[in-house]
Each structure stands twice: as structure tokens, then as C-alpha cells.
Ligand binder design. Structure first.
Ligand code: NAD
Ligand code: DAU
Length: 352
């Protein structure tokens, strides 16, 4: 069998950086190539602990640049892809849908076209793992869960672009026997998440005693999963998932936004030694997100029964650890909010 040489796209982002770290440390015999454009969401500081490892290489590149993707495939003899690169923030997709269509739809097609060109018809030991979201299934009412059979019903430009890419990946499987697997995961939380998403944004705002903008009535429900558990699930599916299949990944952990926010306020009051109830006073109800999906909830039975994966930690512990991480890594947060994290790339890579 060929030595594994894995192109991880979007490896400098939130989830991608946890996947890169896991694979670099757990599989010293694999070559891990992190291919990332370093958009505003890409931050190489996330990987400063692994970037000197011999089995790790960073390549700055755009998945829309077909020629450069091909050059990278050839240079590193890429035989697997774990594709995470995407525009990922729903609010940004509402103001700039085309960017999402370019990166998430065309970018995915480009990668698959290059893989087909470089791999020819010999797909033995090859895999294209497409990382997707539960948002493709749409919005749930009070009951029910998303299973792998739930029909797609995406409702934001972001989720529609992810749904389009999922359809393309499956179409390549049926049309060309393209060796693919897809997972659709619920909301992630944890270290290194860009502070535009709910949990890190609110941690930062509470720290700085700024308003906490709750969309609508705050009664939307999300199913939260610790990012390290997502990375573990990706590891399991990459190695043992059935080609052509889809696996839902979830935390079995539904929270109404306002309840989660109040819980976060309580943890922050305790950690910052502030009077109980003081952070809650920062809650401010603001105009709702357009087309705001009401509820997401994943049924991850298939992944548990077929591949034996289930989440490893309780949300209460995971959230407390996460808050502690942001408090302990004030420099990371300050660098991201000030934009200074971009300097890391120049320091670390332009000097070489
Ligand atoms: P992120 O926004 O934190 O990171 C995205 C990464 O992709 C960044 O490093 C960025 O620089 C890179 N990127 C963007 N455009 C690129 C391009 N054209 N070429 C190369 N690199 C590019 O995203 P995330 O939250 O880590 O999500 C990663 C993946 O997981 C996405 O595909 C997303 O749809 C999916 N997902 C996210 C969640 C979640 O809760 N965050 C849940 C389920 C699935
Ligand atoms: O479900 C998986 C998805 O989870 C991923 O595919 C996306 O990439 C990821 O961004 C996330 O999408 P959400 O829209 O659910 O996450 P976000 O953190 O933006 O918002 C979580 C909930 O909190 C949502 O109901 C909107 C609400 N919210 C969010 C922000 C940023 C607020 O009330 N106020 C805010 O300021």
C-alpha cells in the first residue's frame, strides 16, 4: 500500500486545525499537507505547535486555482483529501452569497476534477472526504431529528452552497465511481474558533463588557459538539467509513440559544470573579437573522452503530474548558480581533 499523503484543505481554520493536529500527531507515517488560502478565517497560529513536525507541510493556496491545486497534488503525490475549506459563516453568506458559491461549490468541483485527473481510473487506496454540515437538511420544528435519509432543504446561501457541493460529490461517485465519503455535522464549539460565531463572540464580549446581541427571541435551537470530538469522528470515518456513504455527526446536545447564553454568562461570572448575574445584564435582543433556521438536531445512530463513535465529553465540561481556553489564550483572541494574527504567516513562512 502507498504511504498516505493527505491534502487537508482549510487546515488553518477552526475545525481544520484540530483535524490537522490530530492526524499529524497520531499518524507520524502519514504526510499531511495543509492547503489553505488564509482568508480572514485562516490562522496559522492555530498550528504553531505542529508546524515544525517532519510529516507536516503548509501550502498557501486557493482551491479555486485549479492549476496550483494540480501542482500540489503532483508535488506531494496526494492520494487522499479531507476537504474542509469553505466560507462558513451564515451571516456573511447573507451579505455576500457569491463568495460562498465560488468557494464552496466551484472550489469543491475543482478539487474533485484535479483528483480525477491525477488519480486516473485507479481509485485503489484513494479517498475524497467531504466535510459538510447539518444545515443542508433545513430547519426542524419542535420534534424530529436529521437522519442521513432526511431530504435536503437548505435555506441560507451558506447551507445551499454546502448542499450543492454535497450533491456534486455524490454525483461524482455515481457517475465516475469517484471514491468519496461525506459527513454532516452539527454546531462545533471549542478552542480556536473565530470570534464571529456565537460562543467565542459572546465570550469575548462578556470579557470586554460589551452587549451580547441575541438574534430574535433567542429561542432557536442548536445541537452542540466539542470540536475535538468532531475531529475524532473524522478520523474514524476517514479510516473506516464506507465509500459512497454519508454519516451524520452530532452531540445529542440541544440547547436553546438563550439558555446556552445564560449558562455561558454564569460560567464567565464565576471565572472572572464578577457578581452573579452581571454578565446576563449584557444580553440585548436584536433584529433576527434573515431566514433564521429554528432548530437543528442530529440523529447520529448510524455512526455509533456502524463505526462505534460517540461524543467523549459532557457539554457542561466542554463549555467550561472552552471558556478557560479563551481566557488563558488572551493573546490569540487579541491577535484575532486586532488582525495581528496575519503577521504570523509573514514571520513564519516569508522568512523561509
Ligand atoms: P472556518 O471558517 O473556521 O475555516 C475555513 C478555512 O478554509 C479557513 O482556514 C480559510 O482560510 C480556508 N479557506 C476558505 N476559502 C478557501 C479557499 N478558496 N481555498 C483554500 N482555503 C480556503 O470554518 P470551520 O468552522 O472550521 O468549518 C470547516 C468546515 O466544516 C466547513 O466546510 C464547514 O462547512 C464545515 N462545518 C462547520 C461546522 C461548524 O460548526 N463550524 C459544523 C459542521 C460543518
Ligand atoms: O450547524 C452547523 C453550522 O453551525 C455550521 O455549518 C456553520 O459553519 C457554523 O457557523 C454554525 O452555524 P450557525 O449559524 O448555527 O452558528 P452561529 O454561531 O452563527 O449561530 C448560532 C446560533 O446563535 C444561531 O441560532 C444564531 C445565533 N446568534 C449568532 C450570533 C453570531 C445570535 O443570536 N447572535 C449572534 O451574534
Amino acid at each position: 500500500m502507498e504511504k498516505k499523503s493527505i491534502l487537508i484543505t482549510g487546515g488553518a481554520g477552526f475545525i481544520g486545525s484540530h483535524v490537522v493536529r490530530l492526524f499529524v500527531n497520531k499518524y507520524p507515517d502519514y504526510q499531511i499537507v495543509n492547503f489553505d488560502k488564509l482568508t480572514y478565517a485562516g490562522n496559522l497560529e492555530n498550528l504553531s505547535d505542529v508546524d515544525e513536525k517532519p510529516n507536516y507541510t503548509f501550502v498557501k493556496g486557493d482551491i479555486l486555482d485549479e492549476a496550483f491545486v494540480e501542482e500540489t497534488f503532483v508535488k506531494y503525490s496526494i492520494n487522499s483529501v479531507i476537504h474542509l475549506a469553505a466560507e462558513s459563516h451564515v451571516d456573511r453568506s447573507i451579505t455576500n452569497p457569491l463568495e460562498f458559491i465560488q468557494t464552496n461549490v466551484i472550489g469543491t468541483a475543482n478539487l474533485m476534477n484535479v483528483a480525477r485527473k491525477c488519480w486516473g481510473d485507479d481509485f485503489s487506496d484513494k479517498l475524497f472526504y467531504h466535510v459538510s454540515t447539518d444545515e443542508v437538511y433545513g430547519s426542524l420544528g419542535e420534534t424530529g431529528y436529521f437522519t442521513e435519509e432526511t431530504p435536503y432543504d437548505p435555506r441560507s446561501p451558506y447551507s445551499s452552497s454546502k448542499a450543492s457541493s454535497d450533491h456534486l460529490v455524490r454525483a461524482y461517485f455515481h457517475t465516475y465511481n469517484f471514491p468519496m465519503v461525506i459527513s454532516n455535522c452539527s454546531n462545533n464549539y471549542g478552542a480556536n474558533q473565530f470570534p464571529e460565531k456565537l460562543i467565542p463572540l459572546f465570550i469575548n464580549n462578556i470579557k470586554e463588557e460589551k452587549a451580547l446581541p441575541v438574534y430574535g427571541k433567542g429561542d432557536n435551537i442548536r445541537d452542540w459538539l466539542w470540536v475535538n470530538d468532531h475531529a475524532d469522528a473524522i478520523d474514524v470515518i476517514f479510516h473506516n467509513g464506507k465509500q459512497g456513504d454519508t454519516y451524520n455527526i452530532g452531540g445529542n446536545n440541544e440547547w436553546q440559544n438563550i439558555e446556552l447564553i445564560k449558562f455561558l454568562c454564569k460560567i464567565m461570572d464565576e471565572k472572572l470573579g464578577r457578581e452573579e448575574g452581571s454578565s446576563e445584564k449584557l444580553i440585548t435582543y436584536v433584529k433576527d437573522r434573515s431566514g433564521h433556521d429554528q432548530r437543528y438536531a442530529i440523529d447520529a445512530t448510524k455512526l455509533k452503530n456502524d463505526l462505534g463513535w460517540s461524543p467523549s465529553i459532557k457539554f457542561e465540561d466542554g463549555l467550561e474548558n472552552t471558556v478557560q481556553w479563551y481566557l488563558d489564550n488572551e493573546d490569540w483572541l487579541n491577535n484575532v480581533t486586532s488582525g495581528d494574527y496575519k503577521k504570523y504567516y509573514n514571520r513564519q513562512y516569508n522568512a523561509r
